[in-house]
Design a protein around this ligand. Structure first.
Ligand code: ADP
Length: 531
């Protein structure tokens, strides 16, 4: 069916020949025809004369009825004028041949009445005959006109039927050739039509793919969500859409984007459902591949950032380890004293545990940032995340003489997000801020990290900002700094902001840059509370 060529039926452009012939039939008024009619009248009268002369030999009186027949025949075939002509000729012939004195046009006084009766009867016969003929002609004419009308109407109907058939054919063709699966359902949701593309995909005929059978092709893991959406749409009479997997004829599932809309009557009652399934399997695969690549890039970027931080991380871990060793020695001394100083030893062991835990936390964080993990969201406090991050970069900022001020609104609601990813965003922004202030000599290097609640229209967000007092972002590059691989740093790879924006957007938020209060840049991002 799909891929067939469309051939339209020929549409009649002229009325049928029969109608034209019928309309031609009525035209009979030529001179030849008139002459023929009068000739016929003469012939009929002549025949009547011959018959009467013949019969005269057999009968005792002249059989004049033959003339009535001649008059009637003339009037019938020729109409009123030839009929009257036949009356005149018959009258003369009868007078001449059969009214005494014979062979003369004189009329004897005794025959006057008979002769007048003959003329009167002839006239009546002519009138009756021509009248009958005219009535019959009129009827025939009316019938002919009717036939023509019927032929014309039939022709018009045929033409409009053909137009309708052609439009219907084109519509059906449209539903078959568009690159989408189409299905429709009754108001109660019973799927009763699937286009050929859909049937070809599932490898069934329409009877095998209706109602519950249709639902049976949906992936078991998706069926519940499909039924939910479908039944909610049915009861609300509102369009629904979503992404579900449908099983193909080969038994494999492919992802489709389904959208169904109701057709409603003037009273707002749903009279039918129409839906399309768009195959998005390839797009899904491409997106998965892309997000895998993005994940790898994000990891690479983290790796590079961590590379930069190696010295301070080493210091961060080294500090508690040194302290642990020192407290360990002290503990030994307190214990080997005589008598052993148990309270001091206990205190020293407490410090060992404290510093061990601190070192463990740092290592845990590093491991988390390096681990190849798929994003996992949980409820977390953005303030805690910022505090952890600040602790993490403290050595680096101390080393470069950068101070960090925090403006965190109290009691911020928790957000639903991936802690490692959001920490990476914060780390990128803070490391960029540190980089932006490297050349600053004339003023204190300060980073302000803020977090507060923000209401935008009817949505509530957490707004996080990282502000520095560096050179700021020059307007000519501001539009490009979020592009992948855009960098102005000799050692930069230009992926930090691009990855950060992707992460923020995957949390339903936005990331942008604006001029800071003291000439530097302020990078801000939002995380919606309903994400
Ligand atoms: P990279 O740090 O490797 O260059 P990023 O994507 O993190 O990659 O940053 C891209 C570019 O954005 C930087 O090279 C820099 O020009 C600009 N930029 C980022 N943060 C700041 C900032 N805080 N102040 C000024 N410019 C910045």
């Amino acid at each position: 069916m799909i891929g067939q060529t469309f051939q339209s039926e020929p549409v009649p452009t002229t009325p049928p020949a029969a109608a034209a012939a019928i309309s031609r039939k009525r035209k009979h008024n030529s001179a030849a025809h008139v002459i023929l009619n009068f000739g016929l009248a003469l012939l009929f009268v002549g025949t009547a004369l011959a018959a009467t002369l013949l019969l005269e030999k057999l009968l005792p009186y002249p059989f004049l009825f033959a003339f009535f027949a001649a008059v009637m025949a003339s009037a019938w075939f020729g109409g009123t004028a030839p009929g009257l002509f036949a009356v005149v000729v018959s009258t003369l012939v009868v007078d001449y041949y059969f009214i005494p004195p014979f062979h003369s046009f004189a009329i004897g006084a005794a025959n006057g009445v008979n002769f007048a009766a003959f003329i009167a009867c002839s006239l009546v016969a002519s009138w009756v005959s021509s009248n009958r003929k005219e009535t019959e002609d009129a009827l025939k004419d009316a019938r002919d006109r009717l036939e023509v009308r019927v032929a014309e109407r039939t022709f018009e109907l045929e033409k409009s039927n053909q137009g309708l058939r052609e439009r219907e054919h084109q519509l059906r063709l449209l539903t078959e050739v568009i690159p989408q699966q189409i299905w429709s359902a009754s108001p109660d949701g019973f799927v009763d039509y699937c286009n050929q593309r859909l049937l070809d995909y599932v490898g069934r005929n329409i009877a095998e793919n209706q109602g519950a059978n249709f639902m049976e092709t949906i992936h078991p893991a998706d069926i519940e969500s499909f039924r939910d959406s479908w039944s909610r749409a049915l009861s609300a009479g509102q369009a629904f859409e979503g992404q579900w997997r449908f099983r193909g004829a080969n038994g494999e599932y492919r992802a489709f984007f389904t959208r169904a809309v109701p057709l409603q009557n003037d009273a707002g009652k749903t009279i039918r459902w129409y839906a399309t399934n768009t195959d998005i399997e390839e797009r899904e695969k491409a997106e998965q591949a892309l997000s895998q690549v993005r994940g790898e890039l994000a990891r690479l970027s983290r790796f590079l950032t961590m590379g930069e931080l190696t010295a301070s991380i080493a210091h961060e871990v080294d500090q508690p380890l040194t302290a642990i060793v020192a407290y360990g020695h002290a503990t030994l001394e307190w214990l080997s004293a005589s008598p052993p100083n148990i309270p001091e030893a206990r205190q020293a062991v407490g410090r060992v545990i404290q510093d061990g835990t601190r070192a463990g936390t740092v290592l845990h964080r590093i491991r988390a940032l390096f681990r190849k993990e798929s994003p996992s969201k949980r409820w977390l406090s953005i303030s805690d995340l910022i505090l952890e991050l600040v602790t993490f970069v403290r050595n680096e900022t101390n080393r470069l003489g950068v101070s960090i001020r925090m403006e965190l609104a109290p009691n911020l609601p928790k957000i639903h997000g991936d802690g490692v990813q959001l920490e990476q965003v914060l780390l990128n922004l803070v490391m960029n801020a540190i980089d932006a202030m490297r050349s600053i000599k004339d003023r204190p290097r300060e980073i302000i990290i803020g977090a507060r609640l923000q209401h935008e229209n009817s949505d509530s967000n957490i707004l996080v900002s990282v502000e520095d007092c560096g050179e700021g972002v020059k307007p000519d590059i501001a539009a490009r700094i979020f592009d992948p691989f855009f960098t102005t740093k000799p050692q930069g790879i230009g992926m930090g902001l691009s990855i950060s924006r992707t992460i923020v957007e995957s949390h339903g938020g936005r990331l942008w840059v604006a001029p800071g209060r003291s000439g530097g840049a302020v990078f801000q991002f939002t995380i919606p509370l309903n994400s």
